[in-house]
Structure formats: structure tokens, C-alpha cells
Design a protein around this ligand. Structure first.
Ligand code: ADP
Ligand code: MG
Length: 292
């Protein structure tokens, strides 16, 4: 690697806000054949908004929102923030809660006015022994439209579903097209429901979807791809993504992402634009060519 080629490559990237942290990052970029992208906050804007609140006969919508926002007020998850914001917007005052318990990658549980309230995915409902059977068809419908559907349990029974939508970034589709033109395989990695992830991947033309991945398992999924001989770039924004960014041959952080992701990555996309991923690979390849 000639120092001049590396300086030129680093400079080319920097002008576009594509910050290679060192020469090794630039060289790795040249060799990538597989790009794994986190869904939430990377391909999507990471700004979920409540679109639907479905509630059974046991409660009114206001009462459901009061209970659920009480629980979610204690959580730092982006879905929780969106649910609280929606409830407050509807004039609901979140209930006081006790015994709050965050279940990473699944949801949250707390006591509210003597009731046990559970908010999260189907695995959490199963763990808590909540029968959500009657709600699953509605949840699947919402998920099939690309929305994230959160189940609500109240005292051991399914009490409703809250759906949230997170808009895809304007340039995600083009970014994936360009990655394909560069010959890369594109994989989406998500903690979200399989149907939700499949729908969004379909919209974007993504080849492979790995969904319902627990926060601690993202790095292992990257390692599995590497074990088949692939040279993997991982693009992410969240605290959850940091170990996967470290595991990848090239860790790429979204500039608007969390500090841990930015610190761990080999490369930072200051404009938070997925289109800068194919640009980074091209800069890497161009640099390598000049080195020969
Ligand atoms: P992602 O990788 O999409 O950011 P997470 O791994 O954080 O997702 O969470 C996976 C799933 O667990 C979410 O899609 C949601 O169904 C559920 N979940 C996690 N935390 C919460 C919460 N605080 N409230 C509701 N649902 C949650
Ligand atoms: Mg994310």
C-alpha cells in the first residue's frame, strides 16, 4: 500500500463525509463481497411512529395507552419513545409503574395499578405465559405491511396491538442497487419480526434476511457469514450493532448513530446516507488498484 494511494483514497472519502479511520479500513473496503445492513436506523430512519392502536373489549383505547405508556416511559427503546410520544399527543397521562423490567430484544414488563402489563414481541408473551392467540392474525397483517407490531399483555391475556412504522431512508433502495452492481451480496439483519423485515427487504430488493436476531447474537451472525469465506462489511447504528461492527471485516457506522457504534467502526458515514456504502467500496477498490 503506497502512502500516496492511501492519502488520496482517504481524502476522496473525506470530501463526501466517508471517514476511513486508518489504511487497513481502506484496504478492507476493497475486498468486501458481502454487505450486512441493520434495518432499524440504518436502512430506515430510526424514527418509528405509531400508526394503529388495536384494543379488545376489556379496555378503552385511552386506558390501554395509559398503561402501556406508563411501562414504556421507563424504557430507552426507540419503540418505547414513540409509544409514549403518541400517548401524550392523544392527551393521555402515562400511569405510574413499579417493578419495571427491561427484556433486551423482546420488550418490557411492569406493574401498573395492581395489573401486570407486558409490552413486546411474541417470544416475550410466550415467556410470560400470555395467551395472545386471538391477536396474532391482526399482528401478522400489520407485519406483512412492513409495520412493527407490538403485542400488549394484561394480567396474562392479550389486550391489544400497537403498530409502528419507520420510514425507509430515501436512498436505501438505490444504495442496494449499487451494491449489487458492485457484485456484493446484500443481507438485512434485524431484531424485528420476520414478516416485517421480509416486507421491507422486498421493497428494497435485498437478497437475504436474517430477522428476530437477539441483540447479543448479531456478531455471531456476521461470524457465520465469514466462516463460509465471505468478506463482510457490517453497517449499523445502534449500541446492539457494536459487537457486529467489531466482528466484521469492515465495520461501518451511521454518523447519526450511537457513540459506541461510531467508536467501534472502521469507517463512519457522516451524512448517515446508505448511498455512501457503495461509495466507500468504490473508493477502496480504486485505492487498491492504484497500489498495484
Ligand atoms: P431492532 O434490532 O429492530 O432495533 P430490538 O432487538 O431492539 O430491535 O427489539 C426486537 C423486537 O423486540 C422489537 O421489534 C419489538 O417487537 C420488541 N421490543 C423490544 N423492546 C421493546 C419495547 N421497549 N417495547 C415494545 N417492544 C419492544
Ligand atoms: Mg439499528
Amino acid at each position: 500500500a503506497t502512502p500516496t494511494a492511501i492519502m488520496v483514497g482517504t481524502g476522496l472519502g473525506a470530501r463526501r463525509g466517508v471517514l476511513f479511520k486508518n489504511a487497513t479500513a481502506l484496504e478492507s473496503a476493497a475486498r468486501i463481497d458481502t454487505v450486512v445492513l441493520d434495518k432499524t436506523g440504518t436502512l430506515t430512519k430510526g424514527e418509528p411512529e405509531v400508526t394503529d392502536v388495536l384494543v379488545g373489549d376489556a379496555l378503552t383505547q385511552t386506558e390501554l395507552l395509559r398503561l402501556v405508556s406508563g411501562v414504556e416511559r421507563e424504557s430507552e427503546h426507540p419503540l418505547a419513545g414513540a409509544i409514549v410520544a403518541y400517548a401524550v399527543d392523544q392527551g393521555v397521562v402515562p400511569a405510574a409503574t413499579s417493578d419495571f423490567q427491561n427484556v433486551p430484544g423482546h420488550g418490557a414488563v411492569a406493574d401498573v395499578d395492581g395489573h401486570r402489563v407486558v409490552v413486546g414481541n411474541r417470544k416475550l408473551m410466550a415467556q410470560q405465559g400470555i395467551d395472545v392467540g386471538p391477536w396474532l392474525a391482526r399482528r401478522d397483517e400489520l407485519a406483512a405491511s412492513g409495520r412493527t407490531a407490538v403485542l400488549i399483555g394484561l394480567d396474562g391475556r392479550g389486550a391489544g396491538v400497537i403498530a409502528l412504522a419507520d420510514a425507509v431512508r430515501e436512498t436505501s433502495e438505490q444504495a442496494i442497487r449499487e451494491l449489487h452492481e458492485l457484485g456484493a451480496e446484500v443481507v438485512m439483519l434485524s431484531g424485528d419480526n420476520q414478516a416485517t423485515a421480509d416486507r421491507i427487504a422486498g421493497q428494497l430488493g435485498i437478497d437475504t434476511v436474517i430477522a428476530e436476531v437477539l441483540p447479543g447474537d448479531k456478531a455471531a451472525k456476521v461470524a457465520e457469514l465469514q466462516a463460509t469465506g465471505k468478506k463482510v462489511a457490517m453497517v449499523g447504528d445502534g449500541v446492539n450493532d457494536a459487537p457486529a461492527l467489531a466482528q466484521a471485516d469492515l465495520g461501518i457506522a451511521i454518523g447519526a448513530g450511537t457513540d459506541v457504534a461510531i467508536e467501534t467502526a472502521d469507517l463512519v458515514l457522516m451524512r448517515s446516507d446508505p448511498l455512501d456504502v457503495p461509495i466507500a467500496l468504490r473508493v477502496g477498490r480504486g485505492t487498491l488498484r492504484k497500489m498495484r
